[in-house]
Design a binder for this molecule. Structure first.
Ligand code: BGC
Length: 440
């Protein structure tokens, strides 16, 4: 049992989280910075995507980072997860751009000046084009290139980093690249897929060891892994049960099995609940959005119980951070229900003894959703791409309220399951705490 577990309480005011809980939001460099012209994604977008689906200036966070971090701070966040862009730092093989290194030092220093805990991702899907041209993660040498990059950058930024994430979602990368074939370097072989998996596990192990060797009394190192909640529609169907078992093994556990002993925490990105039907072994014909469930703008089912399931399933003797969890929706009322109901399930997991230490909502601001372009709106803060202005959504204030209480106030809990306008919830809530409804 974690020692920072909130003591059992019987008041009906607030559903409390453990003391020192990290509250924040997550982003990744290519999705927010803009103009990552030396990356494989940029090259692929220019050749394969229509203009409106290219990252272009994205959210221009490369220039506007101070403004965005100030917003996070003003919304009570005490932590922030972001990534650095390898293709900016090493645009050509072995050539490190000192100006870009300085830029990232400035970015991270700024976060620390706001007293935010910094979780830094070293690789979030994009590669320098020169690395991709040599075969990307299929090429064993990429492990060495990545290690060299980390050896260069880590000493420069380590003092501003509190938690390291070596890799973001190796499984999603492999799925989107090799199975769905929607991302750069598609059309490659099964063999390539296996090589990519093994090279990613090796890259993680090597960088983990390096970071601990470099900083013996160092900061925790882990990965952010996409963890799905799998279940079967037919409890007595052998094929559906086998499908659940195999998918759980491959998607949720395999990377950890291959990298055992090199995780100081588990970083969980939670988005999906998947049910298997009879006679559906490992195929992708799965029902992710049953009629009875609320869905996001991307058709992803809203299923709060799933986060409880994955947390209790993955619980180990190391801390867990929810490194990503969020919803694409232009209906902010839906985002409010999402936030409150998912966090309620996280609190339930904490109560049962799962050592959850933080939650990073995806995402702080609307951003570039990879091959889908800018349409999905995940942000707590809306971005008007015509002029790069930011507009705080009401859900950002609900989240700020939760953070301020380090828990979910009863008045917010009451709204789960009801269709109420976000503004209504907030007006009432802010009347109670004597604040004005601002922003947006
Ligand atoms: C990724 C993000 C992505 C988010 C929403 C996660 O799989 O880490 O880059 O934007 O999901 O799809």
């Amino acid at each position: 049992m974690p020692d920072n577990l909130p003591s059992e309480h019987h008041d009906h005011e607030t559903l409390k989280f453990p003391e020192g809980f990290l509250w924040g939001a997550a982003t990744s460099a290519h999705q927010v910075e803009g103009n990552n012209i030396n990356s494989d994604w940029w090259d692929w977008e220019m050749k394969n995507q229509p203009p409106e689906k290219r990252s272009g200036a994205a959210c221009d966070q490369y220039r506007l980072f101070e403004q965005d971090f100030d917003l996070a701070k003003s919304l009570n966040h005490n932590a922030h997860r972001l990534s650095i862009e390898w293709s900016r730092i090493e645009p050509r093989e072995g050539e490190f751009d000192e100006a870009e290194i300085k830029h990232y030092v400035k970015v991270l220093k700024y976060l620390k000046s706001l007293n935010l805990t910094v979780m830094l991702t070293l690789w979030h899907f994009t590669l320098p084009k020169w690395v991709a041209d040599k075969g990307g993660w299929e090429n064993g040498a990429t492990v060495k290139y990545f290690e060299r990059f980390v050896k260069k950058i880590a000493p420069e930024i380590a003092e501003y980093v509190d938690l390291w994430v070596t890799l973001n979602e190796p499984g999603v990368y492999i799925y989107e690249t090799y199975i769905a074939k929607s991302w750069p370097h598609s059309n490659k072989s099964w063999f390539g897929q296996i090589k990519t998996f093994l090279n990613l596990t090796s890259a993680h192990r090597k960088v983990y060891k390096f970071l601990h060797y470099l900083f013996p009394a160092g900061k925790p190192v882990g990965i952010a892994n996409n963890i799905l909640s799998f279940e079967s529609y037919h409890k007595h169907s052998l094929s559906a049960q086998i499908a659940v078992f195999l998918n759980d093994l491959f998607v949720n556990h395999l990377f950890y099995i291959f990298t055992k002993g090199t995780h100081d925490f588990l970083g969980i990105n939670y988005y999906f609940h998947v049910r298997f039907k009879d006679k559906n072994w490992i195929s992708q014909r799965i029902d992710m959005a049953p009629q009875t469930h609320d869905v996001s703008d991307l058709g992803w089912e809203i299923y709060p119980e799933g986060i409880f399931d994955v947390l209790t399933d993955l619980a180990d003797d190391i801390p867990i951070y929810i490194t990503e969890c969020g919803i694409a929706s232009t209906n902010d009322d839906r985002r409010n229900r999402f936030l409150i109901s998912y966090l309620q399930e996280v609190a339930r997991a904490v109560r049962t003894g799962v050592n959850v230490r933080g939650f990073f909502y995806w995402s702080l601001i609307d951003n570039f959703e990879w091959h889908l372009g800018f349409e999905p709106r995940f942000g707590l803060v809306e971005v008007d791409y015509s002029n790069q202005s930011r507009h705080i959504r009401p859900s950002a204030l609900v989240y700020a309220d939760i953070i301020q209480h380090n828990g979910i106030p009863h008045s917010l809990l009451r709204f789960i399951g009801h269709t109420v306008q976000a503004e209504e919830v907030l007006e009432k809530r802010y009347k109670e705490i004597g604040k004005e409804l601002e922003g947006g």
